[in-house]
Write a protein that binds this ligand. Structure first.
Ligand code: ATP
Ligand code: MG
Length: 389
């Protein structure tokens, strides 16, 4: 538990209470605290309207004021404060644009997705739990608040959130909630892909990802999400990063590039996934060469080892791979003792295609230990011993 965040949230709550508003810690922070887990964000819900919240604090940011959310810039940690609200009309199984502010905590908790996420906590430690969230936490059950079918018909993403919480917590989904998922799986196609990706990212690095994938198959959610059904070959692999997760999932697909496009991976993620899959193939097919150690970065090499270990029992360890990489004479071309200017001077030639080729040849020779990385050694190697270059 990050005590700075809690202290900031409790002080914000105290400020709101002093002027007569209600305020509580809500959502994931309550759930994770009761589970004894580390908390990400300590979110606060209040009866005060955004325009009533703002004047009470020195610095605030309107991060989502139309949805009732104001960020309080507290000196200890920023705190998100959201006015009690219920959602407006749902169309197309997507979250509504409009929300309606309310003054009752109970209404706010009732619009939340699962009982374990629908509790409120007072600074004195009292838990307000209208929907038996504590019991479900104890019994490790993910259960929709109210009528599961209605809740999933309103916002289809909630089904994928159930999958994601399965991955993170290892809980099982309550029978009626699961049945509603089977019935409404198709509605997921209407949900914005950015929201889908956000939940998949969290699912992929959950300790119980294998159970989550099985749940997706059981409920046919896997059929609605392109590329995911291939993951039936998900033999219990637990990715350690989001990039490893996507690489492992896409490894089973022929249309990797399209899928990365479709799920809107960032350019950085796309690059990292592609590198990881290249490194993985290299390792599995022939083992790493010095060129591999040189060209792939540490995260990629280690990720490939982690993935490969899943398919073959033997192989190098992560420590060995890192040791090999770190023992290379140079880590990048910038570390070469010579540069293009040196070469031009030696050959008395204008820059041209030859220059890049020559640098690449020298770089390779240095990486492979054929020549020492000093200007002198490289010069004599390049100019005398290797005139043909
Ligand atoms: P995490 O620790 O991953 O942030 P979280 O439970 O805090 O988990 P958030 O996505 O941050 O999840 O949402 C905060 C809270 O808002 C949830 O605990 C839940 O009460 C509510 N919530 C979020 N998304 C939905 C949704 N689609 N439908 C209903 N309630 C939701
Ligand atoms: Mg959260």
């Amino acid at each position: 538990m990050n005590s700075k965040e809690w202290q900031a949230a409790f002080e914000v709550i105290a400020t709101l209470q002093q002027v007569g508003f209600e305020a509580y810690v809500v959502g994931g922070a309550v759930r994770d605290t009761l589970l004894g887990k580390a908390v990400n964000d300590v979110d606060v819900a209040t009866s005060a309207l955004p325009l009533e919240v703002k004047p009470l604090f020195a610095t605030t940011v309107d991060v989502g004021i139309e949805h009732g959310t104001v960020l309080i810039v507290h000196p200890l940690a920023p705190v998100e404060v959201t006015t009690f609200r219920v959602d407006g009309e749902y169309t197309d199984h997507r979250r509504p644009e409009q929300v309606q502010f309310v003054r009752e905590l109970r209404e706010d908790l009732a619009r939340r997705d699962f009982t374990i996420n629908a509790m409120a906590l007072k600074p004195d430690g009292t838990v307000i739990d209208y929907f038996n969230g504590q019991q479900d936490l104890q019994q490790q059950v993910i259960r929709a608040v109210g009528n599961a079918k209605e809740r999933f018909a309103e916002d289809a993403l909630r089904m994928l959130r159930a999958v994601r919480f399965t991955a993170q917590l290892g809980f099982t989904v309550a029978p009626d909630t699961k049945q509603a998922m089977v019935q409404h799986a198709q509605d997921l196609q209407f949900v914005a892909i950015e929201r889908v990706k956000q939940e998949l990212d969290k699912m992929l690095v959950g300790k119980h990802v294998t159970a989550a994938i099985a749940l997706m198959q059981e409920t046919s959610i896997a059929d609605v999400l392109p590329g995911v059904w291939h993951a039936q070959k998900w033999f219990g692999f637990i990715p350690r990063t989001v990039v490893e997760g996507w690489a492992y999932m896409l490894h089973f697909n022929r249309t990797q590039l399209e899928l990365m496009q479709q799920y809107r991976l960032t350019n950085k993620e796309k690059r990292a996934v592609k590198q990881l899959l290249l490194a993985f193939d290299a390792l599995v097919e022939r083992g790493f060469t010095r060129t591999d150690y040189y060209t792939f970065d540490e995260a990629t090499l280690v990720g490939a080892v982690h993935m490969a270990r899943h398919f073959t029992s033997a192989g190098v360890s992560e420590q060995e791979v890192l040791a090999h990489k770190r023992a290379l004479p140079i880590q990048s071309r910038q570390e070469l003792a010579v540069n293009g200017n040196d070469l031009q001077e030696w050959r008395k030639e204008k820059p041209g295609k030859w220059l890049q080729q020559a640098l690449a040849t020298i770089e390779r020779a240095v990486v492979y230990g054929e020549v020492e990385n000093t200007k002198q050694h490289i010069r004599s190697w390049y100019c005398n011993d290797n005139n043909e270059r």
